[in-house]
Design a protein around this ligand. Sequence first.
Ligand SMILES: Cc1cc2nc3c(=O)[nH]c(=O)nc-3n(C[C@H](O)[C@H](O)[C@H](O)COP(=O)(O)O)c2cc1C
Length: 209
Amino acid sequence: MILNPSEHDVRNVYKLMVGVIVPRPIAFVSTISLKGIRNLAPFSFFTGISANPPTVCFSPMIRSSDGNRKDTLNNIEATGEFVINVVSEQIAVPMNICSIEFPPDVDEFRESGLTPVESDLVKPPRVKESLVNMECKLVQVVHVSPKPLGGSLVIGEILRFHIRDDLFNDYRIDPDKLHPIGRMAGSTYIRTTDRFDLIRPKAGELKSP
Ligand SMILES: Cc1cc2nc3c(=O)[nH]c(=O)nc-3n(C[C@H](O)[C@H](O)[C@H](O)COP(=O)(O)O)c2cc1C
C-alpha cells in the first residue's frame, strides 16, 4: 500500500512511525529546572550523531493531551544541561513511571524511587541505578514543529561518561552486563539477548552475481 502522511490523522502517523522505526534505544534524561526541581523522562526518538566531538540527540514532542512542551525541553533550554542515563532492564519499571505527565514542580527522582547522584560537570543529577551516564551540555535545539506531536531536536555534547567498571573492556561495553532494553510500538520493549554477527565485507571481496 501507499500512504501519504498528510492525508492521515497525526496520531496514526505517529503510530506508523513508532512501528517502523524499531527498535529504538531509550535516552533516560535527567534535567533540573531554574527553581531546582529535578526531572526525569524517557525518550526513544534518540541517537548518536557524532563521535568527534561526541554528540547525541533526542526529540521531545509537543504533548498531544494539552499542546504543551515537555518539562525536559523547558529545563534544557533554561539551563543548557542534561544527563542521559542508559536504561537497563533492571530500571525499566521506574523509567516507565517517569513517563507519567507529572506537573513541572514534581521531583521525578522521588516519584520513581531512583537515586540522584551529583554530576561532576553539569547541574542535573545522574541516576545511580543506571550503569552508564553521559553528562551533556546543550549544543543546539532545532524546533521542527510547534503542533501537537511536533518535535524539537535537542543536540548535546557528551562531556563525561560514567561507566560501571565491570562493563568496560578496552572501550567495549559488555551487553550481557548492561542488559539494555529498547522500545517497540505501544507498551512493547525488547531485550538484546538474540544477537548475531555479520562481518562487514571489504571492497573487492564480493563475487559478481
Ligand atoms: C520508553 C518511552 C519512550 C518515550 N519516548 C518519547 C520520545 O521520544 N519523545 C517524546 O516526546 N516523548 C516520549 N515518551 C513520553 C515522555 O517520556 C513523557 O511525555 C514524559 O511525561 C515527558 O516528561 P517531561 O514533561 O517531564 O519532560 C516516551 C515514553 C516512554 C515510556
